[in-house]
Design a protein around this ligand. Structure first.
Ligand code: C2E
Ligand code: CA
Ligand code: CA
Length: 451
């Protein structure tokens, strides 16, 4: 990625030291010696992407869209003189600034979004543009340019995945995610609303309707920014906090499912259940009680590896869930240990092929064979098949031809917060997401097979 000139920026209102120039990163600049007190200054690098750039490009054309980052940069530079801004291509912008403390990061994030609020005039047409931002801050003396830009790239990638801004501070222990500290904070985080869910739909390929959704947990940490489940679920499993967390998630999902059902979309919502909980009788009892009294359609996703660990009690508990009407899906199929002997005994109605095989589907020789035979195996065991990680129309088309029942992935929708999920259902956004010239072939195939 091209780097903008990063030598000096005026600190302006950010610094409280108006009129002086400071380096934006920790690299020594020129011969200017920093007074010792300023070694604790914080450098920030943000990478921002214009949201839904592909749609914008379709609307305004390639050439005009390519120039949009220039418009955005000019807007931000005019609104916030203390920031250094440079378009870096493909709808992306790099921003650099310095601040007196780590708190300057979240403040700047707000100012940037505020600057973007007024509509843009693109060749006489009005467009509202928003940014998705991944950013990092670090004590200026401790990190160099390369480290900062790499960490910002990582933050932007996580922000894309989470569909929310991600801001990290490299001097914060959570940059390496201190699990013990996180677990200490988890109960209060649940209480205070920092833990929240995003929902990602699973869509039927042939019927083109939303079959169900999956709830994915996130932690909006007040100082550490957004933390994804990959960074705290394992710690929660090890510290026994996972039971309380999962029961909270079940309660939240029950409320949300009832709300969408009342709005006319009575689809089940699936919750990920950690393997360790499958042999915890207390959890199984509490979860069953919640679901039975919940008056909502809730399903569970479990991994097969979890069952192999303690098969007898896991299978008995899964039966208990199935007996009270909880549909079960086998998650991450193909990624961990698999055993046909257990697969046959699980009371599951759905098998989810791990995204590892799906994202490579159209570029590898081996994966289509694995996916195809997994679909046939699941059907032979009377299970429906979901492919997760469907990112491209080509993968969707191939999966449809292979007889895959349901798809889930960024192509259809990223995981989104509840309000956005409800809008997704109301506006039937999956239809546009699945509409692609390649798919008319698939629809014909479907009619031919069932007709
Ligand atoms: P998972 O159950 O396999 O969830 C799917 C993951 O793939 C999610 O990551 C989702 O955001 C991501 N994903 C969805 N579509 C695509 C796509 O098209 N391409 C790619 N590359 N990725 C896609 P996330 O939310 O970070 O969750 C990671 C894992 O954390 C989950 O994997 C699940 O094992 C665990 N997890 C999430 N929520 C919970 C929870 O409430 N309880 C438990 N025990 N585990 C959870
Ligand atoms: Ca899952
Ligand atoms: Ca999965």
């Amino acid at each position: 990625m091209a780097r903008a000139d990063s030598n000096h920026i005026p600190l302006g209102g950010l610094s409280g030291h108006e009129g002086r120039s400071r380096p934006v990163s920790g690299m020594p600049v020129g011969t200017e010696a920093l007074p010792p007190v300023l070694t604790a200054w914080h450098s920030f690098v943000f990478l921002a992407e214009v949201d839904d750039f592909a749609t914008l490009r379709r609307a305004v054309g390639i050439a005009r869209a390519a120039a949009v980052p220039e418009d955005v940069s000019a807007r931000i530079a005019a609104a916030i003189p203390a920031i250094r801004v440079a378009p870096v291509g493909r709808g992306a912008i790099e921003l650099g600034f310095a601040g007196e403390s780590a708190a300057a990061g979240p403040r700047m994030l707000e100012r940037i979004h505020a600057a973007m609020a007024p509509a843009f005039d693109l060749d006489g047409e009005t467009y509202r543009l928003s940014l998705r931002i991944g950013g990092v801050g670090a004590e200026a003396a401790e990190h160099d340019d390369v480290r900062l830009i790499e960490a910002a790239e990582e933050a932007l990638s996580d922000a894309r995945q989470a569909n929310a801004d991600v801001l990290r501070h490299l001097n914060d222990p959570v940059a390496g995610h201190d699990p013990i500290q996180l677990m200490r904070e988890l109960p209060a985080a649940i209480e205070s609303g920092q833990i929240f869910l995003q929902y990602q739909p699973k869509v039927r390929v042939r019927q083109q309707c939303v079959a169900s959704a999956e709830a994915l947990v996130r932690w909006r940490h007040p100082t550490r920014g957004l933390i994804l489940p990959g960074d705290f679920i394992e710690a929660a499993e090890r510290s026994n906090a996972i039971g309380a967390l999962t029961l909270w998630i079940i309660r939240r999902v029950i409320l949300d499912q009832r709300a969408i059902a009342a709005a006319g979309y009575d689809i089940p919502i699936f919750i990920n259940i950690s393997g360790v909980l499958l042999s915890d009788p207390g959890f199984v009892r509490d979860a069953c009680a919640l679901v039975r009294g919940g008056d909502a359609r809730v399903g569970f996703e479990i991994t097969e590896t979890a069952v192999i660990r303690d098969p007898e009690s896991a299978i008995a508990n899964l039966r208990a869930f199935a007996d009270i009407g909880v549909p079960l899906a086998i998650d991450d199929y193909g990624a961990g240990l698999s055993s046909l002997a257990y697969l046959k005994r699980l009371p599951a109605s759905e098998l989810k092929i791990d995204k590892l095989f799906v994202t490579q589907l159209t570029s590898s020789n081996r994966d289509p064979l694995i996916v195809r035979s997994t679909i046939d195996l699941a059907h032979a065991l009377d299970m429906e098949v979901t492919a997760e990680g469907v990112e491209t129309p080509a993968a969707l088309a191939l999966l449809g031809v292979m007889g895959c029942d349901m798809v889930q992935g960024y192509l259809i929708s990223r995981p989104v917060e509840f309000a956005a999920f409800r809008t997704f259902l109301q506006e039937k956004r999956h239809v546009a997401a699945m509409a692609s010239p390649r798919l008319s072939f698939l629809r014909n195939e479907g009619q031919w097979k069932t007709g």
